[in-house]
Design a protein around this ligand. Sequence first.
Ligand code: FDA
Length: 390
Amino acid sequence: MTTTSYDAIILGGGAAGLMAAATAGQRGRRVLVVDHARAVGAKILISGGGRCNFTNIGTAADRFVSANPHFAKSALGRYTAADFLALVERHGIAWHEKTLGQLFCDGSARQIVDLLLAECAAGQVRIACGFPVRDVAHGDGAYRVTFGNEEASAPSLVIATGGPSIPKIGASDFAYHLAKRFGLKLVEPRPALVPLTLAGEEALFRELSGVSTEVVARVGKASFREAALFTHRGLSGPSILQVSSYWRHGEEVGVDFLPERGSGWLREAKRAAPRASLKRVLGLPDRLADALVERLALTGELANLPDRALEAAERRLADWRFRPSGTEGYAKAEVTVGGISTAELSSRTMEARRVPGLYAIGEAVDVTGWLGGYNFQWAWSSGWAAGQAL
Ligand code: FDA
């Protein structure tokens, strides 16, 4: 078997790996990307409903979940959302802002994969797809990777194989195994940006499958005002996906079903429309209003309901407690929280502090963005930071 030498071998041709490869390649480095999937960028292609929410103009370190909330600052500050947007524009890709700073392609996510491939080609990057990595060895200052019938060696190896969410499109926990083999610590990974399931008495809410309304969802100190959606298994929608990244088994999720209403609104409603029912003044989707009124056991005209009961109902509607039985798991999770501990890595270069030449970037690392383009921005920023150092 012949061995080919490179300056850097990047394992994983996703968002972060391709960004790192293009950056290093264009700096004159000889770069090899190895990916076990038949084509690179599978997650990019299915992202953002096929239009790829490629960044968020509100990107800031406090929109990421990590054991070290400061870790992402350096990379995010050195390669910003504006930098990636400039690249998108250089490639003539039309884009639009959808909501909350989220930028999408007007056309298709394929354009972002093509952009990355063009940037890699400009850096003469070699991309080897369809090869499961069989072995990684390290010795004499070089990493040796065996794939197919080939062996490649380089002084730098980049772990860019992402997290285990959506295994059916090639996601794996390879990054964690490799990191552990090199003695790097992990922050326990768990599915994130994932629907939550309801069981027991709360399973009755599953009857509302398909009903959606704007809420404020809270877990601990994290709160998000966006739509919530009831599903046949529990709760989903952007606000729930967002809080799922902060949720741990056994915790409650608080939902404010009426975030527009100020304190005392229900007593005021009683004065203004005493003949109205609670259901009518809620102004929520019909099936949801029925379910909530039934659980509050407040039927009939408001005039006949005591103020104290209305105050209690108001408090409950503003902080309805669900105790999810779990999540829909990696099969449905958009990302993974946790991963390779940031304590192991330089925030400037993404290189492992104790293992020279070993780097980790993207979702494999314990940095997870909110819903809305933040995860790709982390992939671009961390990939770029490593690409500058390779
Ligand atoms: P990524 O998963 O992109 O790439 C990892 C690569 O490694 C893959 O190509 C895989 O084949 C390869 N690989 C895995 N194991 C391997 C092994 N053992 N050997 C060799 N190769 C291996 N984010 C966002 O910001 N905006 C959005 O619109 C969306 N939308 C979205 C939709 C859906 C359905 C999902 C599942 C996810 C998103 N995301 C998102 C999240 C985003 O896709 C994710 O955070 C990035 O793709 C992470 O980039 P990485 O390069 O780290 O991993």
